[in-house]
Write a protein that binds this ligand. Structure first.
Ligand code: AKG
Length: 268
């Protein structure tokens, strides 16, 4: 059943969920994708998130993390639990990134805690995920798939987006922000997928409970990773060729001209 229309000669055709999400992402700079994980899997992810937070704090020390505003972030949680590798390789998210960008590399994965009680946290300010950049591109260079560990609501500071702001170079005016900032509500298990050039911010969490998420920034391979993920995970983290490529194994910059030529020879 199609909508009534007149004077229209052309219409975009889409087939399936990936193209549905791609059309929204291209137009508005964000879309929502249901992970399809059942409740038991979501409970397992939540438990893993709590353990990874403890492990990260034990490893780096709470006061050290607090001193650099890192205490609400778990850097590279797949270091602590393979369930986060599963999240990073969610088939629908990878298909969407590849539809929009082409081949992609995981640049960063972070557990994000928006603390209960309305306190500030490092994602609670408007930003682009490619910070300091002021240009537009015909396709995304990077996509953030923010997985909701908890329900996202207005009360607990669900992510606020500025729709279509990936299409303008500068940060929108204050009146535009006041009129168009859009808080996203989504049930746990949803991926909030953002063009990394769309401005967004975590909201203020007025509830007593932390609101948790895991972000994944996938980029075209010409952008360097936030952390050298292969080095952080070690050489034998996974043998799967596609996953190794996604995580950036084999992407390191040759350490000189000799190494560059040897790399070319190895490809012959
Ligand atoms: O916590 C949020 O809602 C926002 C997360 C965020 O800004 C990000 O992952 O870049």
């Amino acid at each position: 059943m199609s909508v009534r229309r007149y004077g229209i000669l052309k219409q975009r055709e889409i087939a399936g969920e990936v193209q549905r999400a791609a059309e929204e992402l291209a137009t508005f700079g964000y879309t929502l994708v249901d992970s399809g994980y059942p409740d038991a899997a979501l409970d397992r992810i939540e438990a893993s998130f709590m353990r990874a937070r403890v492990a990260s704090e034990e490893r780096f020390g709470r006061s050290r993390l607090e001193a650099v505003d890192e205490h609400n972030t778990i850097r590279l949680p797949m270091l602590y639990d393979r369930v986060f590798l599963e999240l990073a390789t969610h088939p629908m998210i990878l298909a969407l990134c590849r539809e929009m960008i082409g081949p992609v590399v995981l640049s960063q994965q972070n557990g994000v805690v928006n603390p209960g009680g309305g306190g500030p946290y490092n994602q609670g300010a408007f930003h682009r995920d490619l910070p300091y950049q002021h240009f537009t591109s015909s396709r995304p260079l990077a996509i953030n798939a923010l997985f909701c560990v908890d329900d996202f609501t207005v009360d607990n500071g669900g992510t606020i987006v500025l729709p279509a702001s990936h299409r303008i170079e500068e940060f929108p005016s204050e009146p535009f922000i006041a009129a168009h900032a859009l808080p996203i509500s989504a049930p746990r298990g949803t991926f909030i997928v953002l063009d990394c050039m769309a401005f967004h911010s975590g909201g203020s969490n007025a509830t007593e409970r932390d609101r948790r998420a895991v972000n994944h920034v996938y980029t075209t391979p010409v952008i360097k990773q936030q952390i050298d993920i292969p080095l952080a995970l070690g050489p034998s983290f996974t043998e799967d060729t596609e996953t190794r490529w996604l995580l950036g194994y084999g992407m390191s910059v040759p350490r000189g001209v000799e190494a560059y030529i040897a790399q070319r020879e190895a490809k012959q």
